[in-house]
Design a binder for this molecule. Structure first.
Ligand SMILES: Cc1cc2nc3c(=O)[nH]c(=O)nc-3n(C[C@H](O)[C@H](O)[C@H](O)COP(=O)(O)OP(=O)(O)OC[C@H]3O[C@@H](n4cnc5c(N)ncnc54)[C@H](O)[C@@H]3O)c2cc1C
Length: 543
């Protein structure tokens, strides 16, 4: 073979480093009461980016799960086959308590610790975090029905991954899913047509279909169906207590843009057995307990995704040279990376603040519960929306290499729009914020009380806060203006947290661009005079 060229100017791999570690993550972890978890968070981030686990992540996305509807004789089996590496990802996540474990942990900060661990471990693969998140989220909904939660909660919180279709109460650990969306609508679940008919033994028979049900090999599903009293929530196991299959038939798996490692199915319920969760006719109220928690996870995954994209971009710019200098030293690239870093740091700060609010509200803090109600909808809307453009820009920092699968960026890119669709797509999340404010006025008071804590520290922040108050004083066309108003709320919440707790360089850049609006539409449009060196220094991964 003739020697045609040497490989130069390619960046070294950074597998093996904890690329999710960022000062903002650990500062927030301590501030929100879970400093005790720092070692485990660091270990999980390093494990997630180890060569072995990165290979698991690659394999499970390149070889998605396969549905087997029938066996060789024509009998239905309704099983999904996953690679062994998928089970390893699930096992690791469960053993580290990323599923229901915090509900069995009374330590203050347990939910904050779990949130940081989800962000750190997310570098491995996003798909398996879907059932992990649903297993976390199902617990508060089940608690509306103490006899069910007494049976199932210990298994949903147990740190044992016990895969396979067996009667739930015979297993050492359980995984849960949710089955709400039908063909005719996902946002407006009241349009569901699946019916549930009461039986003499207290159970119900469910007849209908679901257009989306992810992780269909899970043990239990919270399922919405109509009764004579209206939309109600049911616990539907895959396997009945006597060990026989429930009438839960998998029609096909979705061929998705991304999120390949996670199976998402269409299901027919042909007189499937279920048990009522919460009050009959109050199904939305019951399942919203679950949705609130999965929304927190969407926001966590958005912040985690931003961090991974940014770490890859900075790593590349540190080693790649063009026109005689490192990319990292070139002013236009400095602006792009610093702009991305500001959003990443703001996102990390706000999601851990929300995890802290979840934790404190569970320990009885009512004002934190009110704050969480609005702040979660606002943050879910904004971070999930922002992730897609953040990821595109981070990918472009790697040039053509970023468009190639080996770089990992295409996987991140395909994943990015999904969390904005889940658990209340953009408009729905924005409108939900407004609904909460009208139905529970104490929530918006708690939100503004949080914003007031930073008042008087920076005139740019004060002006933005005054403008937001003006938006609220005008009730005209509020639905039409929903995204505009909620975006401003999200910015002010992040600005408030950065002013009080953030690094001054990051906070200054945030105020100048996001609040005083000396900023463009694309990333890389920060104004002059900012301390970008400090911002980038914080964002580096020990290069
Ligand atoms: C990969 C994947 C996995 C999924 N897994 C599950 C699962 O496990 N379980 C489950 O139940 N569902 C699941 N879903 C479904 C998901 O929750 C729904 O797709 C989502 O809730 C949106 O519902 P829809 O698709 O019916 O869109 P629609 O409800 O038809 O909404 C379409 C658009 O209209 C907007 N819109 C809706 N109402 C309004 C309004 N009043 N004003 C203005 N705009 C509005 C929405 O924001 C959205 O942009 C999954 C989806 C995907 C893609």
């Amino acid at each position: 073979m003739p020697h045609t060229h040497e490989v130069t100017n390619q960046v070294p791999p950074h597998t093996g480093r904890d690329i999710t570690a960022h000062p903002a993550l650990f500062e927030a972890l301590h501030r929100e009461g879970a400093g005790w978890a720092e070692d485990e968070v660091r270990a999980l981030g390093a494990l997630g980016n180890s060569a072995t686990v990165q290979e698991w992540g690659r394999l499970v996305n390149e070889h998605p799960p396969v549905l087997h509807t029938h066996d060789r004789y024509g009998f239905r089996v309704d099983e999904v086959e996953y690679l062994p590496q998928y089970h390893e990802l699930m096992r690791t996540a469960v053993e580290h308590g990323l599923h229901g474990a915090p509900w069995a942990d009374d330590r203050p900060g347990a939910h904050v610790a779990r949130a940081a661990k989800v962000m750190a471990w997310g570098v491995s693969d996003a798909g398996h975090l879907c059932p992990i998140s649903m297993t976390y989220a199902v617990v508060p909904a089940l608690r509306t029905t103490p006899e069910l939660s007494a049976q199932y909660e210990p298994l949903l919180t147990n740190r044992v991954y016990d895969f396979g279709l067996r009667a739930p109460l015979t297993k050492a650990g359980l995984i849960a899913g949710m089955s709400m969306t039908e063909k005719q609508g996902g946002s407006d679940v009241r349009a569901n047509t699946t019916r549930a008919v009461p039986q003499s033994d207290g159970s119900y028979r469910l007849i209908g279909h679901k257009w989306f049900t992810s992780a269909p090999m899970s043990d239990l599903f919270l399922t919405l169906a109509q009764t004579e009293s209206g939309l109600s929530c049911f616990l539907v196991p895959r396997i009945l207590p006597d060990g026989t299959r429930n009438a839960f038939f998998l029609q096909r798996l979705k061929d998705k843009l991304g999120n390949k490692s996670n199976a998402s199915s269409e299901v027919e319920y042909e007189e499937a057995t279920g048990w009522l969760v919460g009050e009959e006719g109050r199904g939305v109220r019951t399942i919203i307990e679950m949705v609130n928690m999965t929304r927190l996870d969407c926001a966590l995954m958005a912040a985690g995704g931003m961090r991974i994209g940014l770490a890859n971009a900075i790593h590349h710019a540190t080693y790649r040279r063009a026109f005689g200098a490192r990319l990292l030293d070139q002013p236009a690239m400095i602006n792009v990376l610093a702009d991305l870093a500001v959003d990443s740091e703001a996102a990390t700060t706000v999601v851990l603040r929300l995890a802290g609010a979840v934790d404190r509200s569970l320990h009885g803090d009512r004002s934190e519960a009110a704050f969480r109600r609005v702040a979660l909808a606002v943050t879910k809307y904004w971070l999930c929306k922002r992730l897609a453009s953040h990821t595109v820009e981070a990918l472009e920092c790697l040039g053509g290499n970023g468009y190639i699968e080996d770089s990992g960026m295409p996987r991140l890119y395909r994943e990015a729009p999904l969390i904005s669709i889940w658990e209340g797509s953009g408009n729905v999340a924005a409108l939900d914020t407004l609904r909460a404010m009208v139905k529970e006025p104490e929530t918006i008071e708690a939100f503004f009380a949080e914003l007031e804590l930073a008042a008087g520290t920076d005139p740019r922040y004060d002006d933005a806060l005054a403008m937001l108050r003006k938006e609220f004083s005008d009730p005209e066309d509020l639905q039409y203006r929903a995204r505009h108003v909620v975006e401003r709320m999200a910015m002010l919440l992040q600005g408030s947290l950065l002013l009080r707790h953030g690094d001054p360089a990051v906070s200054d850049a945030f105020n100048a661009s996001r609040l005083a609006r000396d900023w463009g539409v694309a990333y890389g449009t920060l104004p002059r005079g900012l301390d970008t060196a400090t911002i980038l220094e914080r964002a580096k991964v020990g290069e």
